[in-house]
Design a protein around this ligand. Structure first.
Ligand code: HEM
Length: 431
């Protein structure tokens, strides 16, 4: 084997074992989602370095440097588009990868730490998207970051301090851009890279992807990583790259007018992946919307593998046929209930807002307790009355919550118009 080819094989074998179980090559086991996320991270690093050649991180020059990049630099617009689409797709793909891990029981014994690392990666890639959002210094960037950093201010005790820390002062300005630039090009990608290597290594240490339990024959039936796994990974990667390139040719990254602190757009929206939380702000007391609920959600997700019997049987989607039906039921109930609550609350708000009383209780404590009682009720109903396993009931609750967040995000992206009123997406131009 030529020396150069041997080096590539060696590198591959650092990330993968020399052989893998044939069973884990099945595309429908993982849909290649983790690999896709890795390819997108690669595209982001590559295009990010190219963008750095043209971008100038100061409030006086940032916007113009993007204009020059997209209008005058050969392929500049295209490189910016690839960076933009890869970043946004990465949020979607990482979310789907998380779902696949839940639905194939891949966060149990031997993979708990990797679940935690995965959640940290998710946090970092959101941070990476968000810090990059400000860099073009246009109206979209300025006001989205204003909205999000003002949300920070509602966190009890240290909220205002955190807000000032991120903004680099009381207002968004040159210091904020400098902070976000350093976070975006150095701190976040550096940490992400280290955690990614750890993530991959933990997959390898766990013996590769999850497999169907007690299937001795499948476990011992192994094939060489090159070419079997590598060819499949390359195929998924190349199709994904072709898709990103196509998106980047068809749709340009938005660039509005230069940031103008004196003129707020209406509606002023957070980036799309935070719109679920902005939607919560319309229904709950801010302390509960930006602090209590996200904290409860994050704590539940972080701890779920550490409670006993919460992971489904490994390697089988939804654990069983019964689990599949339960998942379908959970997604439908989650979507319909969230829609009903949003519409109901909208009517309630327009009719009885004046008699709302102490909103910390009426719009904070009461809905939180009701929500927790609802989730506990569902759990007990499934386990005690309908004989579902603990793992199936936990899967149902996770799906309910993630679907609710997805519905809130969809409403925030397409169905909120001026003053954040509910609108039809096709009627938004009429105001
Ligand atoms: C930048 C984001 C991420 C990248 C690049 C990434 C990459 C990968 C890759 C390549 C694999 C092995 C192949 C596969 O499962 O498709 C994997 C497995 C895994 N990932 Fe991720 N991941 C990311 C985020 C996450 C998140 C958000 C979670 C969940 C909280 C997570 C949890 C896991 C777990 C538990 C496994 C082991 C699955 C198994 O053994 O079957 N990862 N990841």
């Amino acid at each position: 084997m030529p020396k150069s080819r041997r080096s590539i094989t060696d590198l591959i074998l650092h990330l993968h074992p020399p052989t893998v179980p044939r069973e884990t090559l099945r595309l429908t086991l993982s849909w290649g989602l983790g690999g896709m996320a890795a390819v997108l991270v690669g595209l982001l690093f590559l295009t990010g370095i190219l963008l750095l050649l043209a971008y100038q991180p100061s409030t006086d020059h940032a916007y113009n440097s993007i204009l020059i990049l997209t209008r005058e630099v050969p392929f500049g617009l295209w490189v910016r588009n690839i960076h933009h689409w890869s970043a946004n797709l990465l949020v979607v793909i990482a979310f789907l990868h998380l779902l696949r891990v839940v639905l194939t029981g891949a966060f149990g014994q031997g993979r708990r730490l990797n679940w935690v690392i995965g959640l940290l990666l998710l946090f970092l890639l959101l941070a990476s998207n968000f810090t990059g959002y400000l860099l073009p210094w246009d109206q979209l960037a300025y006001w989205a970051v204003t909205i999000c950093t003002s949300m920070l201010g509602y966190i009890p005790v240290c909220g205002l301090w955190l807000q000032e820390l991120f903004r680099g002062g009381a207002e968004i300005g040159p210091a904020t851009l400098a902070n976000f630039f350093v976070l975006h090009v150095a701190f976040v990608p550096g940490t992400l890279f280290i955690l990614l290597l750890w993530h991959f290594w933990l997959v390898r240490r766990a013996g590769g992807l999850v497999q169907v339990q007690h299937d001795e024959q499948a476990i011992t039936n192994r094939v060489p990583t090159t070419p079997h796994l590598i060819v499949r990974e390359a195929a998924v990667g190349l199709v994904l790259i072709a898709f990103v390139v196509l998106l980047s040719i068809l749709w340009d990254t938005p660039l509005l007018e230069q940031a103008n602190p004196g003129m707020s757009p209406n509606p002023a929206k957070a980036p799309w992946y935070f719109l679920g939380f902005q939607e919560l702000l319309l229904h709950l007391h801010p302390v509960f919307a930006v602090f209590v609920w996200p904290l409860l959600g994050a704590a539940a997700l972080l701890s779920v593998p550490f409670w006993s019997e919460t992971a489904l049987p490994t390697g089988v989607w939804f654990g069983s046929e019964r689990g599949r039906k339960l998942a379908l039921w959970s997604v439908s109930v989650g979507a319909l209930a969230t829609l009903a609550i949003i519409l109901g609350d909208n009517l309630l708000l327009s009719s009885v807002e004046a008699v709302a009383g102490n909103t910390l209780i009426t719009r904070g404590l009461v809905p939180t307790i009701l929500f927790l009682v609802f989730l506990t009720g569902i759990y007990l109903l499934l386990v005690k009355k309908m004989n579902y396993t603990r793992a199936e009931a936990v899967m149902s609750l996770i799906l309910l919550i993630l679907v609710a967040l997805t519905v809130c995000t969809v409403i925030g992206v397409w169905f909120r118009g001026a003053e954040m009123h509910l609108v039809w997406p096709w009627g938004q131009g009429d105001g």
